[in-house]
Ligand binder design. Structure first.
Ligand SMILES: [Zn+2]
Length: 350
């Protein structure tokens, strides 16, 4: 997550944007724009590390001064990281609620929001003087996880960060932020790696199916690695379109609902692209069954985005995926042969 004792950045493609940010950004409130899966959090941590690094030339951070060592052990007193509980849990960090096992069902889902009390605690922290005398850095990832009240509570601090404080916010979707938050920050845009650089990095991570999974992840290398970690390989990914066209929901057995819905949305996108003569983005063209019809694809896209928006749904996960796959299958069936089953699935989704 940060620059190690060997001086290596956590992700190789961060070096150029990090040097650029260190040269150009003098503001004390910054907003990082990055596509998910490109390493926004790693970039933020590395930039914070450079600001806090006690070596003479900290671009990039040295990796072995007292400050860098504290960051490596996750105990730096001048760094505060605000993440939604769900992300802390996903990263396996303290305070996260690992929602696994039989008892997990009864437990509350980790929050996907950054709450107002967490923002207030961070503001109280940031006004105190720096422990090591260099700076105080508050990282907030992602800014859109703040609700209206939490974002409003931060405005004054964003406008006038106290003394040595630097605030760094990230966003995957600037449009979801309050205009008053955006206008108080200088912007940095994090460019992702080239496909070649991403492919080489994934191969170094021991991934054999890098190009297929990189496409599956829309070019985002960290997401591609997550797919592989979740046990999804190139064969499983490329078999998905035909399985869905045959109505085989078993192809998604064991996938968490958000990941399955994301995969179906990508399939729906590619089927639509083919239907209008475009090129698919997430699946190899030969993996996609031909003949999907645009009108049912549009209806399927609406069902999928409705489910994607509401992570709290009253459905049994298996039934939900079966209904979505059944609706997908109908897109590949001739209009005349559509049976009552697909009609039922459509109705039950509303
Ligand atoms: Zn250092």
């Amino acid at each position: 997550m940060v620059v190690g004792p060997d001086g290596q950045l956590p992700l190789p493609w961060l070096e150029a944007p990090l040097r650029q940010a260190l040269q150009q950004q003098r503001g004390h409130a910054l907003l990082l724009q990055a596509v998910p899966g490109m390493g926004a959090l790693e970039f933020m941590m590395s930039l914070a590390q450079a600001w806090l690094c006690e070596a003479a030339d900290a671009a990039p951070p040295c990796g072995h001064c007292g400050s860098c060592r504290l960051l490596q052990s996750g105990t730096h007193p001048d760094l505060h990281l605000l993440l939604p509980e769900s992300q802390r849990a996903a990263l396996g960090w303290a305070g996260g609620d690992d929602d696994t096992g039989e008892s997990g069902k009864a437990r509350k889902k980790p929050s996907r929001q950054i709450r107002i009390d967490e923002v207030r605690a961070a503001i109280d922290w940031v006004v105190q003087s720096s422990s090591r005398g260099r700076a105080k850095v508050l990282l907030l990832h992602p800014a859109e996880a703040m609700n209206l009240q939490a974002a409003s509570a931060l405005l004054k601090t964003l406008e006038e960060p106290p003394g040595q404080a630097r605030l760094l916010l990230s966003t995957a979707d600037e449009a979801r932020l309050l205009p008053t938050v955006r206008s108080r920050c200088q912007r940095i845009r994090l460019a992702g790696p080239s496909p070649e650089q991403a492919g080489a990095w994934l191969a170094e991570q021991g991934m054999h199916d890098a190009p297929v999974l990189l496409a599956a992840a829309g070019g985002a290398p960290l997401e591609a690695r997550e797919l592989a970690t979740a046990g999804i390989d190139a064969n499983a990914w490329l078999a998905l379109p035909k399985a869905v066209a045959r109505g085989q929901a078993a192809a998604l057995a064991g996938w968490p609902v958000p990941r399955a819905v994301d995969a179906l949305q990508k399939l729906c996108h590619d089927a639509m692209a083919l239907a209008v003569g475009g090129a698919p983005r997430y699946f190899a063209a030969q993996a996609l069954p031909a003949g999907a019809r645009l009108v049912p694809l549009c209806a399927w896209a609406r069902s999928l985005s409705r489910v994607a928006r509401h992570d709290e749904h009253p459905w049994n996960d298996g039934l939900l995926l079966e209904a979505l796959v059944s609706e997908g299958r109908a897109c590949w069936q001739e209009a005349t042969t559509r049976g009552p089953r697909s009609g039922k699935a459509l109705a039950t989704l509303d």
